[in-house]
Design a protein around this ligand. Structure first.
Ligand code: HBI
Ligand code: FE
Length: 277
C-alpha cells in the first residue's frame, strides 16, 4: 500500500493565498534534497540545455520562468502539491505551470503519485519549451474549466494523462518519450519504450477518452502520436460533440485492445498479471 498524500489539497493543507501559490523556498532545500534531483541520465540533461537546469541542484523557478517566458510565454509557480482541479486549470489557461516545491525522499525515487519538484521540473518544464506542448497544455486548462461545467472532466483528463503525462511519439529515429510522468521515472522510461508487457497503440482521441488509467503503477497501455504538432490539431477540435459520442460508449480498461486499434506493439501483459509482492 502507498502512503497517504503528504502535500497539498489532498493532505488537508489550507492555502494562504486564494490561487494556492506559495513561495518555493528554494533556499531551504537541503544538500540531500538536491542530491535526489541529481539522478537523471546524461541524455536527458542534454535535452534541457536551454534551461538553467544544473544537474547538481534543484533549479530556481524564477530563473526557469525567465527562460520559459522568452521561449513560449510560460512561467512556473510553486504550489504545495496537488491543487484543486479548477485552480490547476486556471493556472494552465494563463500559461502558469504549478510545480510542487517539495522533493521526494530517497526512498520514493522512482515514482510517486504526488507531483513533486522533480516530476514537475524534470518532467514538464523541458516540454513547455516546445511551442506545440506549450499551446496544448494551455488549451487543456481552458478545456478543463469547461469540462468541469459539463460534468465530463474524467474524459478530458484521460487525454492529458495519455499525452502530456504518459505519451510516446514516433520520431524519425524511433519511439521516444514526451510524457512527463515517464520522463521523471527512470524505470518507467525503460518499461514504456522497451518492455514487452505494455500495449503501444496509435493515439485516437475518442478511444483514449474512453480508457481508464492507473495512477499507482506503470501504465498497461501507452498511446503513440506521430508528431508533437498532432497535439495542436487536437487543441482546435470542438469537444462538445465528442463528449456526446464518447459518453454513449462503454468505458475501456487499460489493458483492452480493440479490433479498430492501430496496434504498434501487442503487449504480453506479464508485468500487470504478476501477483503483487
Ligand atoms: N495539481 N499540482 C498539481 N499538478 C497536477 O498535475 C494536477 C493538480 N491538480 C489536479 C490535477 N492535476 C488533475 O487531476 C487534473 O489534470 C484533472
Ligand atoms: Fe505531471
Amino acid at each position: 500500500m502507498r502512503d497517504k498524500p503528504k502535500h497539498g489539497a489532498a493532505a488537508g493543507v489550507r492555502p494562504e493565498r486564494a490561487d494556492w501559490t506559495i513561495d518555493q523556498q528554494w533556499e531551504h532545500y537541503t544538500e540531500q534534497e538536491h542530491a535526489v534531483w541529481n539522478r537523471a541520465c546524461d541524455a536527458f540533461i542534454e535535452g534541457m540545455r536551454k534551461l538553467p537546469i544544473d544537474a547538481s541542484q534543484i533549479p530556481d523557478f524564477r530563473r526557469l520562468s525567465e527562460v520559459l517566458m522568452r521561449h513560449t510565454g510560460w512561467q512556473i509557480v510553486a504550489v504545495p502539491g496537488l491543487v484543486p482541479d479548477a485552480v490547476f486549470f486556471d493556472h494552465l489557461a494563463n500559461r502558469r505551470f504549478p510545480a510542487g516545491n517539495f522533493i521526494r525522499g530517497p526512498e520514493e525515487l522512482d515514482y510517486l503519485e504526488e507531483p513533486d519538484v522533480f516530476h514537475d521540473v524534470f518532467g514538464h518544464v523541458p516540454m513547455l519549451m516546445n511551442p506545440a506542448i506549450a499551446d496544448f497544455v494551455q488549451a487543456y486548462g481552458v478545456g478543463g474549466l469547461r469540462a468541469q461545467e459539463l460534468g465530463v472532466l474524467p474524459q478530458l483528463a484521460r487525454v492529458y494523462w495519455y499525452t502530456v503525462e504518459f505519451g510516446l511519439v514516433q520520431q524519425h529515429n524511433g519511439l521516444r518519450i514526451y510524457g512527463s510522468g515517464i520522463a521523471s521515472s527512470h524505470t518507467e522510461s525503460v518499461f514504456a519504450l522497451e518492455d514487452a508487457s505494455p500495449n503501444r497503440i496509435g493515439f485516437a482521441l475518442e478511444r483514449v477518452m474512453r480508457t481508464n488509467y492507473r495512477i499507482d503503477d506503470f501504465q498497461e497501455v501507452y498511446f503513440v502520436i506521430e508528431s508533437l504538432d498532432d497535439l495542436l490539431e487536437l487543441a482546435k477540435i470542438d469537444f462538445a460533440p465528442v463528449y456526446q459520442r464518447v459518453g454513449a460508449l462503454p468505458e475501456l480498461q487499460p489493458g483492452d485492445v480493440l479490433a479498430t486499434d492501430r496496434v504498434l506493439h501487442r503487449g504480453n501483459g506479464r508485468y500487470h498479471a504478476a501477483p503483487a509482492l
